[in-house]
Design a protein around this ligand. Structure first.
Ligand SMILES: CC(C)(COP(=O)(O)OP(=O)(O)OC[C@H]1O[C@@H](n2cnc3c(N)ncnc32)[C@H](O)[C@@H]1OP(=O)(O)O)[C@@H](O)C(=O)NCCC(=O)NCCS
Length: 193
């Protein structure tokens, strides 16, 4: 993607690369260790972050960082929602912002960029699986960008000594379900028994 122009107060977005793994590890590990958004409990090291990033990028999916004040203030990416083939037009987003860069528009800019990239690539639905039904920031951000809550799975996590819900939010991308996918070649009837 073309990097968005730098300005004195706004974030600059660009594709992530392996050299960003240390900064991303710093942001993510804080959220893993102090928050309920992620159901990971042991933060992955930067080598594992780089491995996961390479896996995303190899699938042609976006992995984007936001620079602000000369450093990485947050990142977002899309990953396959589930691996079974009929899910192939649905992606899941992830977005994490450094604690000292919250509420400066980075989450909105990053998630918007991931939505745009996935829409252009032909994906039709985006899902967020948000740890903690009291995660007002993530629920608010996703609602702000057109996601609706489609379900809450109560008590599916146990972290910091308590049961934690997972909230699913979803929004269509592009034409959503109003047309078949662009590469659809015709009916594939259910196989007769
Ligand atoms: C959720 C998160 C990414 C939001 O990032 P952010 O950069 O602080 O959010 P932004 O400044 O871009 O806010 C955009 C909109 O999101 C909503 N929002 C953001 N923070 C919010 C909060 N604490 N409470 C309610 N709404 C909030 C608002 O609608 C806001 O628009 P506004 O500022 O005009 O009111 C950030 O809080 C975060 O990293 N949280 C921990 C990790 C997480 O929950 N990630 C999502 C899991 S997929």
């Amino acid at each position: 993607m073309a990097a968005t122009p730098a300005s004195s107060d706004g974030p600059k977005l660009r594709e992530a690369n392996a050299e960003d793994a240390t900064a991303i590890e710093g942001i993510y590990s804080t959220h893993v260790l102090t928050g309920l958004a992620s159901f990971e409990e042991v933060p992955p090291d930067s080598a594992e972050i780089a491995r996961r990033m390479a896996d995303i990028v190899a699938q042609g999916l976006p992995y984007i960082v936001a620079e602000i004040d000369g450093r990485i203030g947050g990142y977002a990416y899309a990953s396959p929602f589930r691996t079974r083939s009929a899910y192939r037009y649905t992606v899941e987003d992830s977005v994490y912002i450094a604690h000292d860069a919250l509420r400066r528009g980075l989450g909105r800019e990053l998630l918007n960029a991931v939505i745009d990239r996935c829409t252009a690539a032909g994906y039709r639905q985006m899902v967020a699986v948000i740890g903690d039904s009291e995660n007002d920031a993530s629920i608010g951000l996703h609602a702000h960008l057109g996601f609706a809550i489609v379900g809450t799975m109560p008590n599916v996590g146990f972290k910091f000594g308590r049961w934690v819900d997972a909230v699913r939010m979803q929004r269509p991308l592009g034409p959503g379900a109003t047309t078949p996918p662009a590469d659809y070649a015709g009916p594939e009837p259910c196989k007769a028994l």
